[in-house]
Design a protein around this ligand. Structure first.
Ligand SMILES: Cc1cc2nc3c(=O)[nH]c(=O)nc-3n(C[C@H](O)[C@H](O)[C@H](O)COP(=O)(O)OP(=O)(O)OC[C@H]3O[C@@H](n4cnc5c(N)ncnc54)[C@H](O)[C@@H]3O)c2cc1C
Length: 410
């Protein structure tokens, strides 16, 4: 006999405990709103995540009064980002002039960031986080979304709420079940994701190693490098057919210091294929439901800005909806205000990402001369002041948000 689903009622249920979901959950609970975050994994320890905490996110953490504690967590600080382009080191972004308390990007494994947010959110009496709880469907009353159905290790759970927030990332079940129309922007690349051990005399973390349309990114995770290697979309099979030795040699041609360790990649199971998408929903909401972060607009890794954008969406959501949610259910017009506020920054950033994929990181070898520097990198090398433009774009993003949502509990 099937057990009946367990039932829970709350003001707001958030699907997904990534950067968007955890920040929205934190801010709504801080405002005194009953909020339940559902995360399908048992922990935040998954390595296919970016590690960047941007100056604008650090500013939000400062606004929350948590910065000193946050910066005690192990992290690296990059005040300037350099790239190695066709063998030449080029300074790309200078964060030291940004109008923020932290004039650097903090590189911190994302699970540390999410654990930090979760541990602070749990201090609010109205906050609940359910791990290993995978949302499988929406609950509907006519055309209004009234909650979600989830699978847990012990059975089914129905959570009814005045508002469902879909923050379940780029393979969102929430936007899929809601039938939202999605616009796909073709991206010509995928990413191979793997670990390579790190040595104390390795060079510092950079923006990446660019070579004639190709790119190797190395994220410093203390005792190992998390490597992301850009390939043309759909070509993983061909790369595998050419063999591991050729692949290892290709990695070494980007970062020669890995020569003595690249043999660690001795089995294709150590190399994961991450498919890259850029897309955007036409409507981010309907009665009872709002999508934010990658669920509303999947971002490519280009520029490392997707986490920041997801967090900015969460802040805008709390700013625009918290007061109203404290009083009761919100109308779809209130939800549309969130889309109206966040859509143009999203369009602008996605436009830049698409341009980068067409012009700079295509995954295919271009026919440039061996050591030539693309024009944009030459400009950045010649005119230091220009490095403040990528710094603003990457570090703050267009329309950085500030926290205005109410505080019920400190
Ligand atoms: C290869 C790659 C590298 C990247 N590197 C960077 C980088 O360095 N810096 C950067 O800023 N951006 C990077 N990005 C983009 C960035 O990962 C996303 O833009 C960002 O993670 C979006 O945050 P989010 O909270 O919206 O979604 P996510 O981070 O995807 O979080 C969604 C959460 O929802 C959970 N979930 C999913 N489905 C369900 C369900 N049905 N029920 C319950 N929970 C569910 C997931 O487990 C996850 O925890 C990268 C992207 C890719 C593809």
């Amino acid at each position: 006999m099937m057990n009946a689903a367990e039932k829970l009622e709350t003001r707001c249920v958030i699907v997904g405990g990534g950067p968007a979901g955890m920040m929205a959950g934190y801010l709504l609970a801080r405002a005194g709103i009953e909020v339940v975050v559902l995360e399908k994994h048992a922990d935040f320890n998954r390595d296919f995540r970016g590690d960047t905490i941007h100056p604008s996110t650090l500013e939000l953490i400062y606004d929350l009064g948590l910065l000193d504690e946050f910066l005690k967590q192990p992290h690296q600080e990059a005040r300037e980002l350099r790239a190695v382009v066709n063998g030449q080191a080029v300074p790309v972004a200078d964060f030291t002039k940004l109008p923020t308390h932290c004039k650097f990007i903090a590189f911190m494994p994302q699970w540390d960031f999410l654990n930090f947010l979760a541990s602070h959110a749990k201090r609010f009496p109205t906050f609940q986080l359910h791990m290993e709880t995978e949302v499988v469907d929406l609950l509907m009353d006519g055309s209004r979304v009234t909650g979600v159905r989830a699978k847990t290790p012990t059975g089914e759970l129905d959570v009814r709420a005045d508002l469902v927030i879909g923050a379940d990332g780029r393979h969102s079940i929430v936007n899929n079940r809601a039938g939202f129309e999605r616009r796909e922007f073709g991206v010509p690349i995928d990413v191979l994701w793997m670990r390579i051990s790190k040595k104390s005399d390795d060079p510092e973390q950079s923006l990446g190693f660019f070579q004639h349309g190709k790119l190797l990114v190395l994220l410093d995770r203390d005792d190992y490098w998390q490597a992301g290697f850009v390939i043309p979309k759909g070509q993983f099979d061909e790369i595998q057919e050419r063999g591991l030795t050729q692949f290892q040699n290709e990695i070494v041609s980007f970062a020669g210091f890995l020569r003595d360790r690249v043999a660690e990649l001795d089995d294709w199971s150590k190399i994961k294929l991450l498919t890259v998408q850029v897309n955007r929903l036409r409507e981010w909401c309907c009665q009872g439901l709002l999508c934010i972060g990658d669920s509303a607009h999947a971002m490519s890794p280009a520029g490392g800005v997707g986490i920041n954008l997801a967090i900015q969406d969460a802040v805008a959501t709390a700013n625009l909806l918290a007061e109203k949610l404290l009083r009761g259910p919100v109308h779809v017009d209130d939800l549309r205000e969130v889309q109206a506020r966040r859509e143009w920054p999203t369009r602008l950033i996605q436009g830049m990402q698409i341009l980068i994929h067409r012009r700079v990181v295509t995954g295919r070898s271009s026919d440039e001369k061996e050591a030539s520097l693309p024009f944009v990198f030459r400009l950045l090398k010649w005119f230091p002041i220009l490095r403040q433009i990528p710094a603003r774009f990457i570090g703050l993003g267009p329309r950085p948000e500030h926290i205005h949502s109410p505080i019920a509990v400190r």
